[in-house]
Design a protein around this ligand. Sequence first.
Ligand code: ADP
Length: 499
Amino acid sequence: MRIIHVAAEVAPVAKIGGLGDVVYGLSRETRRKGHPTSVLIPKYDILELDEIEDLACINDHFTSTFGGKEWNNSIWKGTVGDLKVYFLESHHPARFFNRGCIYGCDDDIDRFLYFAKAALTFIKEKNSFDVIHTHDWQTAILGPLADIERKANTFIPPILLTIHNMDYQGRCAPWSISQIGLNVNDYYSPDCMQDSLYPEALNLLKGGIIYSDFITTVSPTYCNETKETELGEGLEKILNKNQEKYRGILNGIDFDYWNPKTDKYLPFHFSIENQSNSNPNLTSLDNKRKVKSTLRERLKLEDDHRPVVGVISRLVPQKGVEVIKHSIKSVVENGGQFVLLGSSPIPRLHDEFHRLKKDYENHPHISLNLQHQEQLAHQIFTGSDIFIVPSNFEPCGLTQMIALRYGTIPIVRSTGGLKDSVYDADNDNPDPEKGIGYTFLEPTNEAFDQALLRAITCWRQEPDKWKKMIIEGMKQDFSWRKSAEEYLELYHKIFYSSK
Ligand code: ADP
């Protein structure tokens, strides 16, 4: 099966959040399983070029249409990890991908419509893929575009669309899609792409749901929540209508990249396997403790007998920012140290967290780091004892899985993928599909505090039990192995039914 992902992100060269991790991890796993897999993303001016090998322009005269005119592009190719990645450089005068960012421009809709249209042209011309995997609203429009091509008897490989978060749907003025050659009248109706919450708008994600051959989201619980509750964000009806082709598959994490045994960002490595002959440093959890000390030194926190409680998150309402703010005090009052790494695209929250940072400047037990920093993230995953994910809703969430892989016990709110990946050490029966941690149900400070107290009490009073939990968590297989099999099964299904 020859697979191409068309996406706005791929880690580590262009990553804002989980989407980039998923495209990278899943692609590498299907490739490892013997299926040629490549990725196409825009050639942003902010690509992490150090992470790309052999980057070269392979086509300087690749044309695509937008707004009724033909535009020239360059196609670049490079290797990321062991993955083949194509980059589309647009020479449109709007300089769509030279904005110093991935998202957040006023014309994001146009930027990604341009990209999606060019991507389909690229796939058609290359004619060497069996399946197209699109992601989120930015590339969902490939579904309607492919439908038109097929009606004109052009072969377009079947499309699988993955929705990573229903919060972002690509709502836009209906005329926007005329720029990529779609007739607005054919799509702007309640049964088609008209938005059900904002009827004056057209909804790009909805178009992807209707016209793609299969749709997935990133955990089974979130799949149900989006059909049955307001977490569908207005798409409940269309998801139910298409439920035969809608499934939840839990994301994995890339076990090579997120590996405490080899992690290039860690000063000390560790593992639960006994490897004393080859490298004595790997044999014990002492090195995890050494990273805790390094982290404290780096963040100027006191070296005290206290658990470090970490959080790494985009600071947006979805992630439970109110509970995160509350937890700063709560952790310290319960005898812990609080470390946050996060940034906010929302000015109000950005300012609020910067004020908090000022308030807690030089605090011996609080460190707020308000930037995006890969290396620090790895050190926090390792140097923390406890990791908190108090999301209001969470399609999948990766940080709880990464934390477990690094021997850090998560406290999560039981929702979406968090519910599918963590069971409660005190209440639930061990679930072989999930990792061990602490869970709470209500999205409130009180519910969080109870879970925090249980975790900190265990850390202080039952160190042996805590160590067992660390080891159990590190053993959990959150790699892409299983989930990639499920995706391959779907790729085969849509490939053979398109024949
Ligand atoms: P989402 O995609 O909703 O932001 P996920 O939990 O799926 O959340 O993925 C978040 C990813 O982004 C994780 O790999 C996490 O480590 C990373 N991340 C989030 N914020 C930061 C930050 N400020 N610095 C470094 N990495 C971050």
